[in-house]
Ligand binder design. Structure first.
Ligand code: ZN
Length: 445
C-alpha cells in the first residue's frame, strides 16, 4: 500500500489519557491517519509487508502545537526595551510598512523554522493572512490563522474585522481541514468594546474561534482596572468573548476572579514563558490555572519577543518557572508540560479529537526526535524510564529528525521536503532588508 508506513522501534510517547509510553513501540500510518499503535514486535508481525521506517534510538511523539505565534522578520532588532516603548517605537512602525509579499516571506520563514523544530500546528496572529494561508498550504503545516484586528482610530494599518470575515469565508477549513481561520483582536488598548462584541457574534455565526492577547503587563492591567473598574479578563467576559473556543495569550497577571472566569467559561490560555521573561512581564500563575481546570497550551510568541520558535526549548521553561515561583519542585511535572505542548494545545484549537496524541483514528501528525546524542544519553528503560524527562529538559528543536502531518512526510532526516529551505531563508533575508528600508520613515525620532 502506497499510503502506509510503519514507524517502528522507537520509544512511543502516546500522550493518551494515561500518558502511556511504549518503550519499543510502533505507529502505523494509513491514508493520513494513525491506523495502529503498539509494541513494535506485535505490529511488525501484523504488518510484515508494509514499508517500514526504523525509529530505533528515537522518541516518537505527537507533533507540537505552538498556540501563540506571530510570524515575523525583525528577530533580534528591537531588544531590551519596556513593552510599550518596544511596541510604539519598532513594532507598530513595522506594521505600517508591512506588505503582503513581506508577510508571505515572514510566514514561510517562521513556519519552516517551526517545522524543522517539530511544530506541526500553529496559531499564527499576523497580517495579510491570505498569504500565510498560502505558505501553510504549500509547506503542509496545520495552521489556525488569527489576523491582527485593530479598530482604534489612527491604527487602520492593522487588519479589520471585515477583512477577517473575508478570510474566514475564503480560507476557513481549507487544505484538507489543515487551515482554520479564527477571529482575532490585538489587545484591549487597541480595540474598542464594539470590536469584541462583534467578534463574539461573528465567531458564533461562522462557528469558529476567537484569539486575543490577555494581559502581559501589570501596569496595563492596573490602568485598565482604574479606568473601567474591571480587570482584563472581566472585560473580556463583559464583552462576550470568553468560552471554549477562545484562546487568550499570556494572562500573566490574574486576579482570583479572573482565573475563576476562565475556568467557568472553559476559555483556554496560551502560556508564553520566554516572551514573558524577555519583555519583563512576569511569570503567569499556570499552576493555579491548571488546578482550577483551565486548559493551558504553550506558545513561543514571535521572533521579536522570544527570539526562537523552538517549542522543545519553550516547554522546558514551563515547569522551571512554576517550580521557582512556588519553591515547589513538584509544581508542574515534565509529563504535564508535554501534554500542554500537544493535546492541550490541540484542545484549545478545537482539534483534540483529530490531533494531539498518538491514538488510533487520529490524523497522523507526529514527530521523531533523535535521542542518539550526547546530551540525550542515557536512554533508560523500565522503572527509571527517562524519555519524557529528557525530551522536556534536554532536547531541542535541532534534535527533531522527522515530521509528519496528515501522514505526509514533511521533514525527513532534518531536511524539509515541502519547500526549498535555503531559498526560503534567502527570500526572508531579502524581505527583512526591504522591510527595514520601508519602516525607517515611520520610526519616531
Ligand atoms: Zn503575542
Amino acid at each position: 500500500m502506497n499510503d502506509s508506513l510503519l514507524i517502528t522501534g522507537g520509544t512511543v510517547l502516546t500522550v493518551n489519557e494515561t500518558n502511556e509510553v511504549i518503550e519499543v513501540g510502533a505507529v502505523l500510518i494509513e491514508q493520513g491517519r494513525i491506523a495502529d499503535v503498539g509494541e513494535a514486535a506485535v505490529l511488525e508481525a501484523k504488518y510484515s509487508n508494509i514499508e517500514k521506517l526504523d525509529a530505533a534510538g528515537h522518541v516518537v511523539l505527537p507533533g507540537l502545537v505552538n498556540l501563540h505565534l506571530h510570524s515575523g522578520l525583525i528577530r533580534g532588532t528591537a531588544e531590551d526595551l519596556p513593552v510599550f516603548e518596544w511596541l510604539t517605537k519598532y513594532v507598530d512602525p513595522k506594521h505600517r510598512a508591512l506588505t503582503d509579499e513581506l508577510a508571505y516571506a515572514a510566514a514561510r520563514l517562521s513556519y519552516t523554522e517551526g517545522l524543522l523544530a517539530g511544530t506541526t500546528c500553529v496559531m499564527d496572529m499576523y497580517r495579510f493572512m491570505h498569504r500565510c494561508a498560502d505558505a501553510a498550504e504549500q509547506l503542509g503545516l496545520r495552521a489556525t490563522l488569527a489576523p491582527y484586528v485593530v479598530d482604534k482610530p489612527g491604527m487602520d494599518y492593522f487588519e479589520s474585522l471585515d477583512k477577517n470575515i473575508r478570510l474566514v469565508e475564503e480560507r476557513n477549513r481549507t487544505a484538507n481541514g489543515r487551515i482554520q481561520v479564527w477571529f482575532a483582536l490585538e489587545h484591549l488598548t487597541y480595540c474598542t468594546e464594539d470590536a469584541y462584541r462583534r467578534a463574539a457574534k461573528l465567531a458564533e455565526k461562522y462557528d469558529t474561534g476567537i484569539h486575543t492577547h490577555g494581559e502581559e503587563s501589570i501596569a496595563m492591567a492596573r490602568r485598565l482596572h482604574a479606568e473601567t473598574g474591571r480587570w482584563p479578563v472581566e472585560l473580556f467576559y463583559d464583552r462576550g468573548i470568553l468560552g471554549p473556543k477562545t484562546v487568550l495569550a499570556h494572562c500573566v497577571w490574574l486576579q482570583d476572579s479572573e482565573m475563576e472566569l476562565l475556568a467557568k467559561t472553559g476559555t483556554s490560555v496560551a502560556h508564553c514563558p520566554v516572551s514573558n521573561l524577555k519583555l519583563a512581564s512576569g511569570i503567569a500563575p499556570i499552576k493555579e490555572l491548571l488546578d482550577l481546570g483551565v486548559n493551558v497550551g504553550i506558545g513561543t510568541d514571535g521572533v521579536k519577543e522570544n527570539n526562537s520558535l523552538d517549542m522543545l526549548e519553550e516547554m522546558k521553561y514551563v515547569p522551571l518557572l512554576q517550580k521557582a515561583r512556588l519553591l515547589d519542585a513538584t509544581a508542574i511535572p515534565a509529563e504535564v508540560a508535554l501534554r500542554m505542548a500537544t493535546i492541550d494545545g490541540a484542545k484549545a484549537l478545537g482539534l483534540d479529537k483529530e490531533i494531539g496524541s498518538l491514538e488510533i483514528g487520529k490524523k497522523a501528525d507526529l514527530i521523531m526526535v533523535d535521542f542518539r546524542k550526547h546530551h540525550l544519553t542515557p536512554i533508560i528503560r523500565g522503572k527509571y524510564n527517562n524519555a519524557v524527562s529528557n525530551l522536556v529538559y534536554s532536547a531541542s528543536g535541532s534534535d527533531v529528525s522527522h515530521v509528519f502531518i496528515d501522514g505526509k512526510p514533511i521533514v525527513r532526516e532534518r531536511k524539509l521536503l515541502t519547500g526549498d529551505a535555503e531559498a526560503i531563508r534567502l527570500e526572508a533575508q531579502e524581505a527583512a532588508e526591504k522591510l527595514f528600508e520601508l519602516r525607517e520613515p515611520f520610526i519616531p525620532v
